[in-house]
Ligand binder design. Structure first.
Ligand SMILES: Cc1cc2nc3c(=O)[nH]c(=O)nc-3n(C[C@H](O)[C@H](O)[C@H](O)COP(=O)(O)OP(=O)(O)OC[C@H]3O[C@@H](n4cnc5c(N)ncnc54)[C@H](O)[C@@H]3O)c2cc1C
Length: 495
């Protein structure tokens, strides 16, 4: 199935229990906190359904007799396949400028990666492997939008999940019967949950002996009985005009705490059951972790281009583009943009076969993660520095333009060598929404943490690096001389 935006939006009217501002949200597609971002997600599906995007966005599923699916579910068998898949992800990301961190391609990449490593699940438990394989095909063939919740809630991070004061703070198994598992407790966040079809739930954090109830992996629809979706504050809701908040009003993907009030999960949706080692292996012994984070770097590559474009427009609008220091800052931003771009391409070029499938290079990916996690806040700072008070020297809202006297004052006070007053205000409102608004601030937090805190991503970089190649060089150098030789040589010179 290749669904349209309208079909996706219709699927969200499913009775899911979303809570915001002290109330049940009801139909999320009509709610002022979510509806415009849901429409933006709809445009992704409309784009893939366009006949002229058939080749770009979809592929023929080998075992489905010519039926097509979105390329986010494609299992690359060569470098060329990987690149073809990336072009689809890149085109989709351009529709949201990189601001939908958990667009449907993120978790689809994770589940596809798990399927590419299905032998890891088979070695663990044949029934659970069959459940995962069936789920991959089900999600692909029904064009599902999946999100995931894979972190446990912060409480006391010095204690494991099972050592927290409330044993059911963290979502875990409270019961098991012939039908499946019963899950109780919370997961930290599910970004995009209110606009996704289903959520994949597991634990990527290290667990200790005794934490077995939390070492599960399963998927449920967002309207599963007992699943409560606790939304954070909506930035879309206070962004009442697109002109004032062009990003927040349309790309506020939402983040929500999930609470499982004894949610029943049937066995055909359980992929790992109380196995601590398998919770790690599902991500790291399969290409899942690499594929999900490769998608994130493709997204960031597009977002960086957008931010660098904003930087260029800031300095043009303020007439400072010819100052050498300004050009230096732009040059540095351009180099950072190209580094992100180059790392994505390097992951592909240095990729390798994982069984029958071609996966991006893990260490290049983790290097990109470590570097970009630090780079993002610096890029935002550079844009703020280039912009000065222009980000703030703005009319309070679009309504100021409706008053003739205020409009004429805006025209007098908003000046630029390259833009009209209206153009200047329009642009700086966009720039503020990208770098300084509450929406923008949440994005900085997102880029710093979506893949784990820095000690986590640096740990992956440490784990996957080819240390021998470096230490062998050092050893080779050390082997090229010895103390005895040098003592003998010194004695000869002295004689
Ligand atoms: C905007 C946003 C959206 C998110 N969306 C999702 C989502 O859709 N799905 C999902 O599953 N998760 C999501 N997350 C959660 C994200 O994965 C976590 O924030 C991330 O993994 C870091 O975990 P934490 O927040 O618990 O931070 P912590 O692990 O508590 O770390 C916070 C800080 O505490 C210190 N610290 C903690 N532990 C250690 C340690 N062992 N050693 C040294 N220092 C330590 C470090 O200074 C660290 O930076 C989202 C997060 C954000 C901010």
């Amino acid at each position: 199935m290749i669904k349209t935006g309208a079909q996706h939006i219709e699927m969200l009217k499913d009775g899911r229990q979303v809570y915001i501002n002290g109330q049940a949200a009801g139909d999320v597609t009509a709610h002022t906190a979510f509806r415009h971002t849901i429409q933006s997600v709809g445009t992704l599906y409309d784009f893939q359904a366009r006949p002229d995007n058939r080749e770009l966005m979809t592929f023929e599923v080998p075992e489905r007799g010519g039926q097509r699916a979105n390329r986010i579910w494609q299992l690359p068998r060569s470098h060329a396949d990987l690149v073809e898949r990336r072009k689809a992800l890149e085109a989709w990301t351009e529709l949201h400028y990189g601001f939908l961190g958990r667009a449907p391609d993120h978790v689809a990449s994770c589940i596809s990666g798990m399927f590419m490593g299905i032998e890891v699940f088979e070695a663990y438990d044949k029934a659970r492997a069959a459940a995962l394989a069936d789920y991959y095909r089900y999600a692909r063939d029904n064009d599902l939008y999946l999100t995931y919740a894979i972190l446990n809630p912060q409480a006391d991070r010095s204690k494991s999940a099972g050592e927290q004061e409330d044993r059911f703070l963290t979502a875990g198994v409270v019961d098991q019967d012939a039908a499946g598992l019963t899950i109780r407790g919370a997961k930290m966040l599910a970004t995009g949950g209110i606009m996704a079809n289903e959520v994949f739930v597991t634990c990527i954090q290290p667990l200790r002996e005794g934490d077995e109830p939390y070492a599960v992996s399963f998927a449920v629809p967002m309207n599963a009985g007992g699943l409560k979706i606790l939304s954070r504050k909506s930035y879309e809701e206070s962004a009442v005009s697109v002109f004032d908040n062009p990003l927040a009003s349309r790309f506020d993907e939402n983040d929500a705490v999930l609470y499982f009030a004894d949610v029943k999960v049937p066995w055909e949706r359980v992929f790992v059951n109380r196995d601590i080692a398998m919770c790690q292996r599902q991500f790291h012994a399969t290409p899942a972790h690499v594929f999900q984070n490769y998608q994130a770097q493709i997204r960031l590559m597009v977002k960086m281009r957008f931010l660098v474009g904003i930087a260029r427009r800031i300095v043009e609008t303020n007439g400072v583009i010819n100052f050498p220091q300004v050009r230096e800052t732009l040059g540095a931003l351009a180099a950072q943009n190209t580094m992100v771009d180059a790392l994505v391409h390097a992951m592909e070029v240095k990729g390798h076969m994982h069984g029958a499938y071609f996966a991006p290079d893990a260490h290049t990916l983790y290097s990109a993660q470590v570097l970009t996690q630090q780079l993002y806040a610096g890029v935002i700072l550079a844009l703020r520095e280039l912009a000065g008070g222009g980000l703030i020297m703005l009319p309070s809202s679009v309504q100021d333009f409706a008053d003739p006297e205020l409009r004429s004052l805006i025209e007098k006070t908003q000046q630029s060598p390259v833009a009209s007053s209206e153009g200047r205000v329009k642009f700086f409102k966009l720039a503020w929404d990208a770098v300084g608004s509450e929406f923008a601030s949440r994005h900085t937090q997102y880029e710093m943490f979506y893949a784990g805190a820095t000690f986590v991503t640096k740990g992956h970089s440490f784990r996957t690096f080819d240390w021998d190649r470096c230490t062998q060089l050092v050893d080779h150098m050390l082997d090229s001389y010895s103390l005895e030789d040098e003592v003998d040589r010194a004695a000869l010179v002295a004689a």
